[in-house]
Ligand binder design. Sequence first.
Ligand code: GDP
Length: 673
Amino acid sequence: LMVLTKKLIEVRNLLKTVDNNAKMTLPSIVVIGSQSSGKSSVLEAIVGHEFLPKGTNMVTRRPIELTLIHTPNSAEEYAEFPQLGLGKVRDFTQVQKTLTDLNMAVSDAECVSNNPIELRVYSANVPDLTLVDLPGYIQIHNRNQPAILKEKIADLCESYIREPNIILAVCAADVDLANSEALRASRKVDPRGQRTIGVVTKMDLVEQDTGVGILTNKDYPLQLGYVGVVCKSSGSGMNSQALIRSEDAFFNSQPSYRSKKVMVGTATLRRRLMQVLEDHMGRSLHSISDAVQSELDEARYQFKVHYNDRKISAESYALESIDALKQRFKEFAKQFGKPQVREEVRTMLEQRLLDICSDMYWSDPRIGNLPRLCLVDPYWPTRLDMSSGALTKSGVGRASVQLVVDVLMRNMERLTSTEPWVHHSEGRRKVMEFTNDLLRTKFHTAVDQVENTIKPYKFEVECSELEWQEGQKRAVALLEKQMADATRGLQGIKSTVGRRKLRNAIKYVQKADKDAELRKQSSSDAKPLDEAPPPESLDSDHPAYNVKLMERAREALNLQSRVALLQHRISAVRSRQCSTSDNKACCPEVFLSVVADKLTYTAVMFIWVELLNEFFFQLPREIDNRLYYDLTRNEIMEFAKQNPIVAKHLEVQEKKFTLEVVMEKLRELQKKR
Ligand code: GDP
């Protein structure tokens, strides 16, 4: 019973998933022979299918590692290329085509590559065998096959015919064995012929007595013997059964082969190979077990030292990452309360307030009249209504909701930009996507609600004395902050340019401006004044020569007048006239601050109800679903492996686990023997 080979092929395939450690390689049958010795025909006869590349132009350029898997209970016959992931290939002409492509991908210049092609064949009609097909030895070197190629092929073959592999030396009956490249190569590594089987092809081309002579020869003794075959598969068009029948008929028709107890026929060859491989597998069992054991010890050690024997799974990692994200989100939600949202919205509205003041008041030459000389002037109440309208009708709904959405998006971005999410760009993209989706679905309702609820303020804003006083304080604070900013800006220019230089530059700019003004006034005169007045000195620092400096001087001038204006406004807003809402038309900054505050409260209340409540509730659920429950096992595994630390951990753990399974199997096998 050939169980060992089958089991050990399983073991080998398992080991391949974790390691390619050479020490753990199991014996394979390596097929060598000269070009046209009939190597392909023999292999195809063993497999029972034509599947190898055909042609005269060096069609085998890479080793083909062929694993035959006997599947007695299945009618299905198919091949697999585990490296390519094509799935089951049922059509053997397709296998042949793929092999041809893979071989021809090696350039003519390189001609031979050491990189093997893996091929598995599953069938009820194949024995459990592992075979390696190699490029044929070449004799003649013509222009297409330089001498170096001969060496390359020989080296490649030599690397494969080492222990513990079995050598299948293919020789043609019509060529003297003394000239067999295959036998010559095998004798080098296996001088006593203990692991070489001779296969003599083309037995139909010699007389039966010659044939028997070859198979029983004492010149090149092989302990595993010679098997004679006839397998003209290539292009003969016969199916495998017909081939075997015609081979049988041939040997049966030649009495010498029956009487002399020689090994002939493909069926005999197959049996012989199975037996020999099984024997060698048995002999390798011990050393394989040792190698696996020491690999296992190493893996266990690694697992203990680096991971303290801590088991992880892709699932647990994914869940932990998600929990971390949800936890962070919860913390963010906790500190992002109504006061914080109000702060954001108020800041935005105060910016608008400043723009409106600057448009409607600060650039107005009559601004000096505020607040003292304004009470009787109907101009100012109208201004106030316009300004208030400009604020309430400035699209507060859309702007405030968008503002909150932007803050949320920015924060989600921030929450996913730390460990472990830095490793998961796809996951992060998803978070941003569903955060955005979630917010979009609420966006328009929230905008409409806010606009609806602030609508009354577009017509009238009532204001209690208490609200007015609060507004006054905020207006002062806001203006003071503006002034501090302007002062700081001015200070900055002074210290970069230098006080004295700046003062001169300002003087120059002022003078130049005045001159320009004069020129404009007298432009009706026929004769215009000369160009700009010549500078007093030819100093390159002189403002006339320094555009940048001129710009800075103008900037400083603007800041100076802004500071003066703000100073004036602060004392106005602070004045007694502005401490009561009766004079609201005279104190626009205060009134607008009251309006901004009311808008802020109302807007935030409804943003909270329409957008944030739902968002804070829904997002953690969305995180669970979109980042975990919607994923397949494989996707979760992929996710986990994006984190290099986790990938390594899983790899070591997986290796240890697989080696344990393998070791268990090997122990069972050893026990049975
Ligand atoms: P490879 O180059 O070693 O793979 O050799 P092939 O299997 O392609 O065979 C080379 C040639 O020998 C082909 O034309 C085959 O048809 C022919 N051939 C192979 N086996 C036999 C055989 O048993 N008898 C005869 N007469 N020809 C064979």
